[in-house]
Design a protein around this ligand. Structure first.
Ligand code: MN
Length: 746
């Protein structure tokens, strides 16, 4: 067979790129029809390659996957951004001509299906004829309404064309440092509409003949505050896609295009079947319901926020997971809050991103991952909610917050099923809010007007397992391979020195198994006159919860000291704080003279800090699992010795009576501990009331909606928008026929 790989294709835009003379749009429609009619992807019933030669089948898979993982590893070092280079906040994938994911690299697994949606948008919109698709073309997308999580994640698409047919799409995504929004950085918190989201490229053709178009390069110079990094990230993604394209064309040369075509059909169908089998093996059919919450704290910013957006509210993320007997998994977000004038609205494709970060870390950690598994899941999203606003003008910039808060329930649901089936090693007690993300902007220490987002938060504590504590400072829900990055790498970018970065005691949720600990960083503004800084933390709500009686990880707070004596301290070589450690006995406060700013508003708008001001960043730990009183006393003592637990909580929560010996080691008093734990159990019994009594007590509050304003607003939205959720809420609380939401003057 003659082969013409890796050279410009002479196809004109009038010709179809699909297989057997079809257009790509016809291929997609036919694929969907075959799935509807046969229940099999592309109507594939026989896995003929796999059945006739399973080793050959796995070899083809390994060649494709190796090419994609290799592309990621190489491309990572082309980007200059610490978010990409230090943390690996990127991911590559191979897609079928119709846009179905075939194979993905490691990294931010969120994008398995988002990039699929973006390709399908181009296919359905007949990009084949306008703007045309040719060998060497480069397409860019960061539009969450077409196929993305938020516009900080920029995706690149490169067609793989072989003998006049498009045989694949190579795709890659990285997270940017700044998106060119009116409010600087990648995640502008105080914005209210899509017009403030920043630069959005809606599946645009930005390059030809393997080069970026000059007009796009010029536009990139002024469209964001960090053009240098934007262009380097472009080069990173384009190179990765080209490496994938070359590796696919090499494989096709070796195995023949017919085998390749057959393989990409079979492997998606195989993954679909394998997903169903895994669900049937590891879970118990039924319905699993959990809720997650996140707060929007715009109320205190009247004047700064427009009147209609200066509102405090809570985002409700109720999740019902249904496991069917055939292994199908369904997600239902009925009861979710309405979309709002904030940046936390998601899109259906963003919810898929959340689903995939969840599934790849629970059900599919060892198996093939592609859209076959997508075909085995169903997602129900209420129209008009934050999950499916159907409003092209609403902001989606920080959509992560709402869908991840809802999908903490996915982890807890799956873990409940794993426990029931005895897969105890797979259990994880949800996941914590992966913050704080420190963000800032202004003239930096290089004299440049810059904006930055610190991503050391991709190293939060992991939640507890059934048989072990969660790992300390380990990963982020959205990037299971996350790292915190070297302080020197961040200091190159940010005009702030790390005075210290260390594990933070009592940052983990307590339980029989505790969550992994988070960490903290004390930063000193340096080499700049002023920076506008903001924190992104969960302020007043827990992000998900623990499991089986374990406690959630603490929520985060904001702590800065302004107008400090740090310059004098440095000159006089007197001690300065390298940690904060304990909010009730802060080492920052103890050592430094200045104006304290400490509050719970950790999802804040930018504030101005000056050189020598101190900024404290608290990074979450994981949630706990099981009753605190069942924790082994030795484990509590070890946490004290490791300074991962503040001593007062050893006594008050774990009921462990311990003292420091002369060597500075903690020693527990076994007898006193047993007595203290017995006492706590008695106190619990004394506080306890029968459930029926508790419902009776609370019912009047529910009937009159006697809650603080944000919670009342949340309930009103859920009750108005919800369907089955509303019915079950009303029946649980036995609300009278004709009950109406009480009008209260706010
Ligand atoms: Mn992102």
């Amino acid at each position: 067979m003659s082969v013409r790989p890796m050279q410009a294709d002479s196809l004109t835009s009038e010709q179809s790129l699909g297989w057997n003379g079809r257009s790509l749009a016809e291929m997609l429609a036919y694929s969907e029809q075959l799935f509807r009619e046969t229940g099999h992807y592309q109507g594939v019933e026989e896995l003929s390659i796999r059945q006739s030669d399973p080793i050959y089948y796995e070899k083809i898979w390994s060649r494709l996957r190796g090419g994609i993982v290799g592309a990621r590893e190489t491309a990572m070092n082309i980007s200059g951004s610490p978010i990409v280079r230090e943390l690996g906040e990127l991911c590559f994938g191979l897609y079928s001509p119709e846009g179905d994911s075939v194979c993905v690299s490691t990294g931010i697994m969120a994008h398995i299906h988002t990039m699929s949606d973006a390709i399908k948008h181009m296919v359905r919109s007949e990009y084949e004829t306008n703007p045309g698709i040719s060998h060497g073309d480069i397409f860019v997308n960061n539009d969450p309404q077409l196929g993305d999580v938020h516009n900080a994640d920029v995706q690149e698409f490169v067609p793989v064309i072989y003998q006049g047919e498009l045989i694949a799409w190579a795709a890659g995504v990285t997270h940017e440092l700044d998106v060119g929004a009116p409010q600087p950085t990648a995640h502008p918190i105080g914005i209210t509409s899509r017009f403030e989201d920043g630069w959005i490229l809606s599946c645009e053709k930005v390059g030809e003949k393997d080069r970026l178009n000059r007009d796009y390069e010029y536009r990139a110079q002024t469209a964001t505050r960090m053009p240098f990094y934007w262009i380097l990230d472009e080069k990173c993604r384009i190179s990765g896609c080209q490496i994938i394209r070359d590796s696919v064309l090499r494989l096709v040369q070796e195995i023949g295009v017919d085998t390749y075509k057959r393989f990409i059909r079979e492997v998606i169908e195989d993954t679909r079947r394998s997903f169903l089998k895994t669900v049937k093996t590891m879970l118990v059919p039924g319905k699993y319901s959990f809720a997650g919450f996140m707060n929007v704290t715009h109320g205190a910013d009247k004047g700064r926020m427009p009147e209609h957006a200066a509102i405090d509210t809570a985002i409700h993320g109720p999740l019902e997971v249904t496991i069917e007997k055939d292994g199908t998994l369904e997600l239902d977000l009925d009861g979710a809050s309405k979309w709002g004038y904030h940046c936390f609205n998601a899109t259906p494709t963003a919810v898929q991103a959340g689903l995939w970060v969840g599934l790849t870390q629970t059900l599919l950690p060892n198996d093939k991952v592609n859209d076959g598994a997508y075909l085995a899941t169903n997602t129900k999203l209420p129209v008009g909610s934050w999950a499916d606003p159907r409003n092209p003008l609403c902001s989606n910039n920080v959509s992560w917050i709402s869908f991840l808060c809802a999908l903490t329930g996915l982890f807890r649901a799956l873990s409940t099923g794993f426990t029931a089936r005895g897969f105890l090693e797979e259990v994880v007690a949800g996941y914590p809010w992966t913050g704080n993300a420190t963000q800032g902007s202004g003239i930096n220490h290089h004299g440049q007007n810059a904006a930055w987002t610190n991503f050391e938060m991709s190293c939060a504590g992991v939640s507890a397992g059934y048989v072990q504590d969660g790992a300390n400072c380990c990963a982020a829900i959205w990037n299971p391979e996350g790292d915190m990055g070297d302080v020197e790498a961040w200091e190159l970018l940010e005009p702030m020195l790390y005075l210290g970065r260390r594990m933070r005691p009592s940052s983990a949720g307590m339980g029989k198994q505790r969550g992994g600990s988070g960490f903290e960083a004390v930063r000193l503004l340096y080499g700049t006159e002023e920076q506008e800084l903001y924190s992104i933390g969960n302020s007043n709500v827990f992000f998900g919860g623990g499991l089986f009686g374990g406690y959630p990880a603490p929520s985060l707070h904001r702590h800065n000291i302004r107008n400090t004596d740090m310059a004098e301290r440095i000159a006089a070589k007197t001690p300065y704080p390298v940690s904060d450690r304990d909010p009730e006995n802060s080492e920052m406060t103890k050592l430094v003279v200045g104006d304290e700013m400490r509050d719970r508003n950790s999802m804040s708008k930018p504030i101005g800090l000056e050189e020598y001001d101190l900024y404290h960043s608290v990074l979450s730990g994981g949630h706990g699992l099981g009753d605190v009183l069942d924790r082994r006393v030795d484990d509590v003592v070890k946490d004290l010795d490791d300074d991962l637990l503040l001593p007062r909580f050893a006594y008050s929560a774990y009921g462990v009576v311990a003292e420091r010996n002369d060597d500075g080691k903690w020693v527990a008093d076994a007898e006193a501990t047993e007595a203290r734990r017995a006492e706590i159990r008695k106190e619990r019994l004394a506080r306890a009331v029968p459930v029926s009594e508790w419902i009776e007590q609370q019912k009047s509050r529910v009937t009159t909606m006697d809650f603080i304003t944000p919670i009342r607003k949340m309930y009103r939205e859920s009750l108005e928008l919800g369907d089955a959720w509303t019915a079950s809420f009303k029946s649980f609380w036995e609300l009278a026929e004709g009950w109406e939401f009480p009008e209260v003057s706010e």
